[in-house]
Design a protein around this ligand. Structure first.
Ligand code: RNT
Ligand code: ZN
Length: 421
């Protein structure tokens, strides 16, 4: 800690204190929040089923070919290690089924994967003191060119149902070994480019497929299932089987988690506003923190209004333990470790901003009908010395401040990622 930064921090602490905010308490709360970092930012959602190939498709499209992408599991783990070292706090890792490790066994297709194909990930994560979350992978596969779980072709449907069942087994294996429930998320791209004649039919099929997947009762101490909707995608502009209404109803009746991805709604719709309603009817939610731009739902997360509003609602709702915060973005056009760090740090920064809000005071104004006071205080907060608290938090957690981030990432690029072919 430099003398300057601790002076700045003390000034900030007093300033927030005068509004009734206990900065130390806020920082302790922040320390307790674990983000689930997505493995797929490091290799453009490639996975390791096929040698070095990025086989997107089936609803996922990554653009950009900045050099240095992780080409092997070891490289990805190395990059992840770097990313965690750039982020204050203890976090989790969110794996996709397509990141199986077949180095110690023969390759098997997705309907045959077993916990042993992820043992090296589990060993690695336990060693790093991280917990794992998991995702079935319904894209980047020859059987994912059309519908998957909503397919009218029984062979295709059964393949994907079996895949998801196996993913639940793998996830619950993680949950048991790591002593922390693994969140298993289901997202499928099933939909249509043009107007379907049978909207209802596919949705009926999807309900049945999901029910079959969830039929085996697995303890929530090990596994929590989540379902993720989308408003449209490339090639599914007219119809997405798993729409928001579909999964909201599904999650409420089947008691699963609901996954809300910030890039999966109409641009003026606010995911922040959905938290307090959703949590009245659903026990827990999973967030996919992302940034939609035009047709893309997965730009690198930045400290913008959408993120801030989300963080404010997470904190204001008082439901932090019921909200699992996963990241979901990917960009192949810039330094990938740096992009990971930007998005993760922005999310934590937004949460810090929210934790420094003088909630009681704002609610007092509101209850008294003093809407001017409420708005004026919200405006005042925007120029409070929040950055000094963030810098202090980074420094006292042993990670770089924003000012040091660029050089640190570029040094890693020079020494490691730039050397990759
Ligand atoms: C895609 C969904 C989904 C994926 C990941 C890779 O639009 O957001 O969550 O990004 O599963
Ligand atoms: Zn998502």
């Amino acid at each position: 800690m430099t003398k300057d930064s601790s002076t700045m921090y003390n000034i900030a602490k007093d300033r927030y204190g005068s509004l009734g905010v206990d900065v130390e308490k806020s920082l302790n709360l922040l320390k307790g929040i674990s983000l689930s970092l997505h493995c797929w930012q490091g290799d453009d959602v490639g996975g390791f089923e096929h040698d070095g190939a990025t086989l997107n498709g089936g609803g996922i499209q990554v653009t950009g070919n900045y050099p240095g992408k992780a080409r092997t599991i070891d490289e990805l783990r190395m990059d992840l290690g770097k990313v965690y070292s750039l982020i204050p706090g203890r976090h989790r890792l969110n794996l996709h089924a397509s990141y199986a490790d077949f180095s110690a066994s023969k390759f098997v297709d997705r309907d045959s994967i077993e916990p042993r194909h992820f043992q090296s990930w589990l060993d690695w994560s336990l060693n790093q003191e991280l917990s794992l979350d998991f995702n079935s992978t319904f894209f980047s596969h020859p059987k994912a060119h059309g519908m998957t779980l909503a397919s009218k072709d029984k062979g295709i449907r059964d393949f994907w149902i079996e895949h998801a069942k196996r993913c639940r087994t793998i996830g619950s294996y993680f949950g048991e070994k790591q002593n922390s429930p693994c969140i298993h998320n289901i997202w499928i791209a099933d939909g249509m480019k043009d107007i379907p004649a049978d909207r209802r039919g596919y949705r009926e099929i999807l309900v049945r497929s999901l029910d079959e997947i969830l039929r085996e009762n697995i303890s929530r101490a090990y596994l929590k299932d989540a379902v993720e909707s989308k408003v449209f995608g490339i090639g599914s502009e007219s119809y997405v089987v798993g729409s928001h209404e579909f999964y909201l109803g599904y999650a409420a009746t089947r008691k699963t988690l609901l996954c809300l991805d910030m890039g999966h709604f109409h641009p003026t719709e606010s995911v922040a506003d959905k938290i307090s309603s959703t949590l009245l009817f659903i026990d827990e939610i999973l967030l996919h923190v992302s940034r939609g731009v035009r047709w893309d739902s997965d730009h690198v997360v930045i400290f913008n209004d959408d993120l801030l509003n989300l963080a404010l609602e997470i904190v204001r709702s008082g439901a932090l333990p019921k909200i699992h915060i996963g990241l979901d973005f990917f960009d192949g056009s810039m330094n990938r470790v740096g992009a990971w760090a930007i998005g993760s740090r922005a999310t934590l920064k937004a949460l810090l901003f929210a934790l420094l809000e003088p909630q009681e005071k704002l609610i007092q104004y509101e209850d008294a009908g003093n809407y001017f006071g409420r708005l004026a205080l919200m405006e005042e907060l925007k120029s409070l010395p929040f950055g000094a608290v963030w810098d202090y938090y980074c420094e006292s957690s042993g990670v770089v401040t924003d000012a040091e981030l660029i050089d640190t990432v570029l040094e890693y690029e020079k020494n490691v990622t730039a050397k990759r072919g």
